[in-house]
Design a protein around this ligand. Sequence first.
Ligand SMILES: NC(=O)c1ccc[n+]([C@@H]2O[C@H](COP(=O)([O-])OP(=O)(O)OC[C@H]3O[C@@H](n4cnc5c(N)ncnc54)[C@H](O)[C@@H]3O)[C@@H](O)[C@H]2O)c1
Length: 266
Amino acid sequence: MSEGRLVGRTALITGAADGIGEGMARRFAKEGAAVLVVDFDAQKGTATAQTLLAMGAQSAFFQCDVTEKDQVQAAVADCVARFGSIDVLVNNAYRGTGASRVETKSDAVFADCMDMCLYAAKWSMEAAFPHMRARHWGRIINIASLNGVNAHMGTAEYNAGKEALRAYTRTAAREWAGYGVCANIICPAAATASYRRFKEMEPEVAAATAAANPMGRMGDPEEDVAPVALFLASEDARYLTGNTLYVDGGGHINGVPWVPDLGPDS
Ligand SMILES: NC(=O)c1ccc[n+]([C@@H]2O[C@H](COP(=O)([O-])OP(=O)(O)OC[C@H]3O[C@@H](n4cnc5c(N)ncnc54)[C@H](O)[C@@H]3O)[C@@H](O)[C@H]2O)c1
C-alpha cells in the first residue's frame, strides 16, 4: 500500500481477532500499516490476518495468551523480526471475569485480571520500548474502561486493573516523552461480542445504558472507535500523550446506569 496515514508503520494489536481489536486492525491496515494480529484465539486470529492480507496489507497472526509474560515478549519479538520494527503497540485483549460483589472477589480472580489488564501491557511496553527509543518514534494505545473511571458495580477486579493500567500508561507517557514515544488511553463503548453477551445477561441494564448514551447507541468498533486509535497512532498525535480519550458517544458525561443484580447480601 502506498497511501495512508500509517504507511511504513508497523503495529502490534492484542485481542485483534475480534471486536474493537479487529476493528483497529482493519483500519490500521487500510491506512498502510503492517499489522501483527495477536490473540489467543487461533481460528479467529488467523482469519483476521487473512482478511488484512486480502486487503493488500502486510499482516500475520501470532498466537499469544497475554497473561503469559514469555508469550507477550515473544509477540513483540515476532513483530520486530517479521516487520523490522514495532511502531504502534495496542494493548486491547480482555476476557470477562464475571460480576459479583466486592467482598466475594478471590485473590485468584484479582491476580488473573491484573495479569490481563495491567501486566500484559507492562510486559509488552517493556519489550517494545527499546525498539521505539532506538527509532525515536512510538505510539502506545492502551484500552481501559469507563467501568474503572466510574466504579461500576460488580467488576471490582476489572475496574482496579483498568485504572492501574491508566496510571501506568500516564507514568510511561511522562518518562518516555523525551524518546519520541506517546502513550494514551482509550475508554471505548462498542457493540462487540462481549457487549452482546452482557446484553443477554443483563438486558435491562444494557437497554438503560444505550438509552442514557447521548448518541443513543453503542459504537461500531471499526467506524467509531478505530478512527480515534488511528489518530493516536499517526503523526498527527505527536504532541498528545498521557491522555484518556472517551470514545463512547458521550456516555461518560453523565455516566451509565450500571447497577447489575448481584444477588443477596452475603
Ligand atoms: N466493548 C465495549 O463497549 C468496551 C467498553 C469498555 C472497555 N472495553 C475494552 O475494550 C477492549 C476490547 O473489548 P471488546 O469488547 O472488543 O472485546 P471482545 O471480547 O470482542 O474481544 C476481545 C479479544 O481479546 C481476545 N483475548 C481475550 N483474552 C485474551 C488473552 N488472555 N490473550 C490473548 N487474547 C485474548 C479474545 O479472543 C478477543 O479476540 C477490552 O480491553 C475491553 O476491556 C470494551
